[in-house]
Design a protein around this ligand. Structure first.
Ligand SMILES: CC(C)(COP(=O)(O)OP(=O)(O)OC[C@H]1O[C@@H](n2cnc3c(N)ncnc32)[C@H](O)[C@@H]1OP(=O)(O)O)[C@@H](O)C(=O)NCCC(=O)NCCS
Length: 176
């Protein structure tokens, strides 16, 4: 599918929030091939949280719209102090998954980090047991590192429930 990508601005907050919630949480997300609906009962992110990512001077939220102007995909990239680029808030409309949109978005985010920031390493955190998702990233050239990160239970509980008590993140990276 032909998509038009651009950086988000503050007026995009409501549509990004709707897309992210539909892809990650609740019954709509079960239409996709990977979901967090069985892990969390609360929201993935709040409107102020999305706005903070869009306005972060060290970051960019990339949006992909279809030819009718509908938002179908988004992702966040963030330049950290250590020079590594963090990739997150990655979502594709659950009704449109499995057709290569996610692949396009990931490639676009990698190109942005390389071309705009001269970044050489990109990293993401994935909940350790989401094997199908980790396999997808590995097929895109990512490496599962030995590093793990704790799950921010206190932060997540502000947005709603966590259905498991064994969460932590596996860290994946890729040289750009
Ligand atoms: C992860 C996500 C962004 C991928 O978007 P997408 O548009 O479906 O991605 P693509 O169409 O490019 O790729 C789909 C892949 O899923 C694979 N796939 C399809 N059905 C699958 C299934 N039931 N189990 C495992 N893999 C499956 C396809 O084989 C394809 O992989 P390939 O290109 O290596 O063959 C999307 O599923 C999503 O929004 N998920 C919910 C939010 C989320 O978990 N984000 C990532 C957090 S780290």
């Amino acid at each position: 599918m032909s998509l038009t990508f651009r950086k988000a601005d503050p007026s995009d907050v409501p549509s990004v929030l709707t897309l992210v919630e539909s892809a990650y949480r609740g019954d709509t997300s079960r239409k996709g091939w990977t979901t967090e609906a069985d892990i969390f009962s609360g929201d993935r992110i709040t409107a102020p949280g999305v706005l903070a990512k869009i306005t972060d001077p060290c970051g960019a939220v990339l949006l992909g719209h279809d030819s009718a102007g509908a938002l179908v995909t988004c992702a966040e990239i963030l330049r950290r102090d250590d020079g590594v680029v963090y990739f997150g808030m990655f979502a594709v409309d659950p009704e449109r998954q499995g057709g290569g949109i996610g692949r396009q978005t990931l490639e676009r985010a990698e190109a942005y980090a390389r071309e705009e920031w001269n970044s050489t390493l990109i990293e993401m955190s994935v909940i350790w047991f989401r094997d199908e998702l980790i396999a997808w990233y590995v097929r895109r050239g990512y490496r599962k590192t030995k590093e793990t990160k704790p799950f921010p239970y206190a932060e997540q509980l502000k947005n709603g429930g966590v259905l498991r008590d064994d969460l932590y993140f596996a860290v994946l990276d890729k040289e750009l």
